[in-house]
Structures are given as C-alpha cells and as structure tokens.
Design a protein around this ligand. Structure first.
Ligand SMILES: Cc1cc2nc3c(=O)[nH]c(=O)nc-3n(C[C@H](O)[C@H](O)[C@H](O)COP(=O)(O)O)c2cc1C
Ligand code: SF4
Length: 502
C-alpha cells in the first residue's frame, strides 16, 4: 500500500522576516492590527509580502487559525502575500492614466498621480493653525459642559452633510451614535480608492489640522475614546504629514482621554466602503456587510461609530465659525458654495480644482489649463468608476439643468476625454476597473462586472440588452453600493453609447 506523503513541517521563519514580525508585534499583538502588521512586514522586506512560514508564525502569535490569517493576507493586494516581486504601484492601466500616458496595462492604483507629478504645498503647521484660532473650540468643549449640545446644534443649523457621495446629515449621524449603547469610536475615511479622485490628499497635504480638529470635536461631542485615521497605503507623504500633526496635538495636550491611531488600508477600492473599512480595522477581510445594523449603532468592535470622509470633517469648522483664509487656498472649502473637483485626463494641468458655484462642466477644462495639446473636448466621465459619460455638448449646458435631469456628481471626479477617444473603450476600462475591484462576495456583482467588462471590450457590435439585463440584476441584488452603482453605470450606457450621441 503506498504511503501517504509526509507533510513538511513549516520550518523556521527567515531571521530578517522574524525580526520584522516581532518588531511589529511589539507595537501591538492584536488581531485588530493584523493588516497593519502585514503591511509593516512588507515594508521591512522591501515591498515583498510575508512568506507562508511568516504568516503561520503570525497566526500562532495572534492565536488565529492559519486559514484566518491567510484569508486576510490574500484579501488585500497591498499585502503582496508571498510575492517575490515588490508591491509596485507605479504603472497603472486605469482610465485616467491611459488617457494621459497611453498606458494599456498595469495593476491599477498608481498612488493617485492622475494629476501628474506632485507639487505639494507645505502643510500648515500646528503653530500656524493654532495662531489662526484653530483648536479653540476644543478649549470650549473642555471648559463648558453645555458646549457639546451647542456645537451639535451649530452643525445641524449649518446643514453639514457627508461629502462621500450620499450627503447624509452629519448632526443626525452623531445623534444616532450618541443614542446607541457603548463608547463611540471616530473614523476618518481617507481611503480615497475611487478612480482618479485626489481631493482628500489635496486637503491633507495642505491643512491636516483642519481634519484632526473636527475629528477631535466629534470625539468630544459624542464621548468617544478612540479616533482612527484610515489612510490609503500608498499615500506615504500623507502618512508623514498626519503622524507629525498627531504628535503635535498629543504634545499640546488636546487629545486627553482619546487615543489617535493611523492605520493604512489594503490597496482595494472596497476598503473605503464603511462596513468593509471597519472589518479591515478589526483584522478581517474588507468585505461589506448587510445593513442594518448601521455603523452608527454597531460599528468598530460592535461599538457605535462615527465615520466620515476627510472632506466632511474639514468643512465642519465653518459650523463653529472658522472662515476661509486666502493664505491657505484649500480653506476656500469652508464656503458652502465651494466644491473641489478632481480633474484628470486630457487637460493641460490636471489636479484638484476649487470651484465656486460651477456654471458648466466645461468650465473645469479652463480651470485645468485647457485641453491637452492636439485634443478637442469629447466629453467627461463624471463621478468616477461607475459614473456617467457626459457628451461635450452636455458639458456646455448649464450644470443645474443636468443635475435636474438626474446627473450625479458623486465625489466630484472628472475625467476629461477627447473627441478622438472611443467612448466604448472608455466604458470598457471603467467596467474592467469595477470587475477588478468587486470583492466577489455576491454573485450579481462578481459575475455582472466581469461579464460587462468582457462584453464592452469584445470586438462585436454592442448588445445593449445584455447591459440592460446586467444593470437590472446588479442594481437590485447587489449587497453594497459598488455593485448597485455599477448597475446604474451600465444602465446609463444605453444612452451615452447610442450612435445618436456622438
Ligand atoms: C466601493 C465603495 C468605496 C468607498 N470608498 C470611500 C472612500 O474611499 N472614502 C470615503 O470617504 N467614502 C468611501 N465610500 C463611502 C463610505 O462607505 C461612507 O459612506 C462614507 O465614508 C461616509 O462619509 P460621509 O458621512 O462623510 O459622507 C465608499 C463606498 C463604496 C460603496
Ligand atoms: S456588491 Fe460587489 S463589492 Fe459589494 S459586497 Fe457584493 S460583490 Fe462585494
């Protein structure tokens, strides 16, 4: 009778990897830090992911089954599990890069350099921010027991709403958190994983204390004891800026009773979805979960959680009286009429553009230095990877009319394309992005995004009825907004790709 092959023992972990693991574990050996530990080991190995032996050791140290650790390690592209090549994020085949650099392949995400080489301003320092009256509201919150209710009322009357797309009222979210059982947690969402969006990066590299102050106010008003800054893994300059800002506020004694921690995300668009984000903070794969319960009631480790986009926090200061400062351009966002657009694609000067009461989408081309050499405006992709292809003629119509007809601006991503660009190829790239970024948890989204990408990229004439069917199924049966929005995007293609809409 043949003998069963012997299973090789795991063997010792490479000494350098073991040292990196133990250094990271010494900062906190908890399951909640699992993703961060994996990223720290990757960094220590020059971008190569943790090995199988290393992962087994880590599972053992965290008292997890190896399969649990493996599930997390393989769920995040940035962990680069077991790879012999460093995690590379420079070459990107996504739409904005393809239009600008002609790239045709790549694994996506290139540190959001859709606006070309970075010319970052110096971030406003803690001393300068404090001298301009910053953090004064925290003094009031410390000294006056009525201040929390007053600040909440100011936020409500200011009609502050979330800036991540849905526009949910901020005060309502905080009230829900305060009404729920348990000590609240505050999360600042800087995942910014959506295609060609770089507004949060712009805000944080200019005025990080504007975001930190508002997060601390959220903490004081709701009675939270922890703040997480959840930041894109490949935003290394932003990590440095935020770490400096965090150590300044801690040193100034402004955080007493509230722990602030920066955590990196795992290199996938879905990491920014609130329930997936919370899962990754808990050391689980970033997969969205059903709601209710909403994170306001049961969020991070079952605790009530305030979670907002970085821009939402930044703009809150206007509610308690901060005004725009001409020396700090990004502070123009304290004007409720102002908006920041991430403009990329075929323009001369892509980048974050501040606009006050934008009349026409076409005006954004002028703000971005005009069309790139040799290009004529063909249209714009508005609102990111599952957005709308708006034809040039519509870009010249009043924006108010387009909004009244149902156009959504989302987080204000604008990818400009030229008259010679093929709209179907553009739609195919958007669909390919969605197919790659679907977490695969539910069939309509996993199969639907892949099928749509295939159909759009195929050489055959486009069968609109297939896209229509996919749109219906994905819109109705997807668990989270990625799949539902992808369904809406496919539904919109029937008009934007119709021959009568050049
Ligand atoms: C696929 C997907 C990705 C998301 N990515 C982000 C993100 O990168 N940043 C963000 O603030 N919100 C993102 N969101 C929205 C969050 O789930 C959440 O609604 C938002 O952070 C709430 O912020 P607000 O209250 O400031 O609007 C994403 C949603 C989905 C469905
Ligand atoms: S809709 Fe897509 S991204 Fe969202 S949970 Fe389902 S498979 Fe994942």
């Amino acid at each position: 009778m043949p003998r069963a092959p012997e299973i090789a023992p795991a063997g010792p972990v490479d000494a350098a990897e073991l040292a990196a693991l133990e250094t990271s574990l010494a900062r906190g050996a908890t399951r909640e830090r699992l993703l961060e530990i994996l990223l720290e080991v990757r960094d220590a190995k020059g971008g190569r992911g943790i090995s199988e032996k290393g992962l087994r050791h880590l599972a053992d140290r965290l008292r997890l089954f190896p399969a649990e650790a493996y599930e997390v390690a393989t769920a995040f592209p940035a962990v680069n599990y077991g790879a012999s090549e460093p995690y590379a994020t420079e070459a990107c085949g996504d739409l904005a890069c393809a239009l600008r650099h002609g790239t045709t392949s790549g694994r996506g995400v290139c540190r959001n350099h859709c606006d070309g080489p970075r010319q970052a301003p110096e971030p406003r320092s803690f001393a300068a921010y404090r001298a301009a009256g910053g953090y004064g509201v925290l003094d009031a919150l410390r000294d006056d027991p009525d201040a929390p209710a007053r600040i909440l009322e100011l936020i409500a009357t200011h009609h502050a709403v979330g800036r991540a797309g849905v526009g949910f009222p901020v005060a309502e979210k905080w009230r829900q958190v305060m009404a729920a059982a348990g000590t609240p947690v505050i999360i600042v969402n800087v995942d910014e994983g959506e295609l060609a969006i770089f507004k949060d990066r712009f805000i944080l590299e200019s005025d990080p204390h504007g975001v930190l102050e508002a997060a601390l106010v959220a903490g004081r008003v709701t009675g939270a004891d922890a703040i997480f800054l959840y930041v894109r893994d490949d935003y290394a300059p932003i990590h440095a800026i935020l770490r400096q800002a965090m150590s300044d506020v801690v040193a100034a004694g402004l955080t007493e009773g509230i722990a602030i921690e920066l955590r990196r995300s795992g290199g996938a668009f879905i990491c920014g979805e609130e329930t997936a984000l919370i899962a990754s903070l808990e050391g689980r794969p970033a997969r969205p979960s059903e709601r209710p319960p909403f994170p306001t009631e049961r969020g991070y480790l079952g605790r009530p959680t305030v979670l907002h986009n970085a821009e939402t926090y930044f703009r809150l200061r206007a509610a308690w009286g901060a005004a725009p400062d001409p020396a700090v351009p990004v502070s123009g966002l304290l004007d409720p009429q102002a908006a920041v657009f991430s403009v990329s694609g075929r323009v001369r000067a892509p980048g974050p553009k501040l606009a006050h009461g934008l009349a026409r989408l076409e005006d954004l081309v002028e703000l971005a230095g005009g069309m790139a050499a040799g290009a004529r405006l063909g249209g714009m992709v508005v609102a990111g990877s599952s957005g709308t292809l708006v034809a040039a003629a519509d870009c010249r119509r009043p924006l108010a009319d387009l909004l009244a007809e149902g156009l959504r601006l989302g987080t204000r991503g604008i990818i400009v394309f030229g008259a010679d660009d093929d709209k179907r190829a553009i739609a195919a790239r958007m669909a390919a992005y969605l197919a790659r970024e679907s977490c695969g948890q539910c069939g309509p989204c996993r199969v639907g995004t892949a099928k749509a990408a295939h159909v759009l990229a195929a050489p055959e004439p486009l069968d609109m009825s297939i896209l229509g069917d996919l749109s219906t199924v994905m819109g109705e049966a997807s668990l989270c907004a990625l799949g539902r929005n992808a369904g809406r995007f496919l539904g919109g293609l029937s008009s934007s790709l119709a021959p009568s809409n050049p």
